[in-house]
Design a protein around this ligand. Structure first.
Ligand code: SF4
Length: 290
């Protein structure tokens, strides 16, 4: 039973990338909210962190949650985090998106301001961890700072759980912070590339349900659970395709699922023109790839 990429997979994946309607799918992605701040790296890295933290549920709800946040903070992310904590709490009182509440975001604002005061930027905080322990070390340093040092104020109920780390919680794919790192580091469209001190080759795949489904069915992993080991395995497979920028394919793999381009089932009308059909387990399994 074949369950690994075909020899032709790199060309097929590149063809999928080249023909992908990025602009169509960007309108359906939370990144479109962050791109409005792309002119200012300080605003972009703060907007990205808040938006990634809110990236739970469907994109319409996420975009609504980001719009409501921006209304409350006057659209000024970098300025907002520098305000006194009482103003953070007042601006975000009663705010809610799914299980994420305004009191949690108010503490996040305070911790972001502290990170920027100590390191100069959130990106430098991440880079300091990266230099010590690779990408997982970067996420660990970032998450650890946002959660607060051991013994520090624990914060509102559920706050710490918003920021998992691959070192402390290897069962988590740490999808939201991994996605945040992609937005900040990659310089290729549609990402922002505002953390210039981190190489795109260091990134790991933000493993949501859509990416995991297609990665599994294209043979990039045999793992059926979304753990950090699966993140590493899928990233290694993509690194074999593009060692310098393995995560350039994330947006395409993710939105192939979100957009409905991939029905996640054998459907000849849709799968017929799919350029990765020769690699797709649903078709290889039954010898129907030709
Ligand atoms: S062949 Fe069909 S099910 Fe497989 S990846 Fe392509 S669109 Fe999805």
């Amino acid at each position: 039973m074949p369950h690994h990429p075909t020899p032709e997979f790199p060309e097929h994946l590149e063809a999928l990338y080249r023909q992908f309607p990025f602009e169509r799918s960007l309108a359906q992605d939370p990144l479109s909210c962050v791109r409005r701040q792309a002119h200012d790296p300080a605003a972009a890295e703060v907007a990205g962190l808040f938006t990634a933290t809110l990236a739970v549920g469907n994109v319409t709800a996420i975009r609504g949650a980001v719009a409501e946040l921006e209304r409350r903070i006057g659209g000024d992310y970098a300025g907002f985090v520098e305000r006194p904590p009482a103003e953070h709490r007042a601006a975000l009182r009663g705010y809610r998106h799914r299980w994420i509440r305004g009191d949690q975001l108010a503490l996040l604002a305070r911790r972001v301001a502290a990170a920027r005061a100590e390191y100069g930027s959130v990106g430098e905080l991440f880079r300091a961890g990266l230099e010590e322990g690779g990408f997982a070390g970067g996420l660990d340093r970032l998450s650890g700072h946002l959660r607060g040092a051991p013994g520090a104020e624990a914060g509102p109920r559920g706050y710490r759980a918003l920021f998992p780390t691959p070192l402390a919680a290897p069962r988590s794919p740490c999808k939201r912070l991994t996605l945040y790192a992609r937005w900040m580091v990659r310089r290729g469209f549609p990402d922002l590339g505002v953390w210039s001190g981190v190489a795109p080759s260091e990134l790991r795949i933000p493993l949501d349900l859509h990416v995991h489904w297609i990665a599994y069915h294209l043979g990039l992993t045999r793992r059926k659970s979304r753990t950090w080991r699966t993140v590493e395995e899928v990233t290694d497979a993509l690194r074999a395709v593009d060692p310098d920028d393995p995560i350039k394919y994330d947006f395409v793999l993710c939105h192939t699922g979100i957009s409905g381009d991939c029905p996640k089932a054998r459907d000849l009308a849709v799968c017929g023109p799919c350029v990765v059909r020769p690699d797709c387990l649903l078709w290889r399994r039954r010898g129907g790839a030709s």
